[in-house]
Design a protein. Sequence first.
Length: 153
Amino acid sequence: MNATDRITWAKTGKGTRIGTVFDMVSALRGGDGPTLMVWLMRQAHGVGFDFDPHTRGSVRAEINHGRWIARCACGGAEDVAPAEPVFYCLSCGNADNDGRVMTIEFPVDRAAIEEALLKRPEMETRNWLPGESVDDLIAENRKHGLDSTGDAD
């Protein structure tokens, strides 16, 4: 997938998987780049934030419009990735956490959650919040006429 394809995928959500920060970072950088931690540090310094890579505290991941995100206490949110579960808010610089990176808690049934959401054809409906079960998502799919393949009944 080239950079244009990654940006299109990220904007349309028409991919065959749930998106992560790596889709956008890679798209913006034009390919494989440094680790997420290095990329975050560069972004933070670029906007004047101090960046402390020593983790403290955690946030919970959620899926919003077909991509994994984590929300900050300031109201901001960032795309995140299970492969590198670190959170740094580029809106406030993790101000409530003294600029320190936070770990991200992903659900243990992540694959099943993603599978249920990928049955939904529209990106805007691919949402999951901590506390929602896979059974909840499947029931919502059925309520909206989607069978187990994602096709309308």
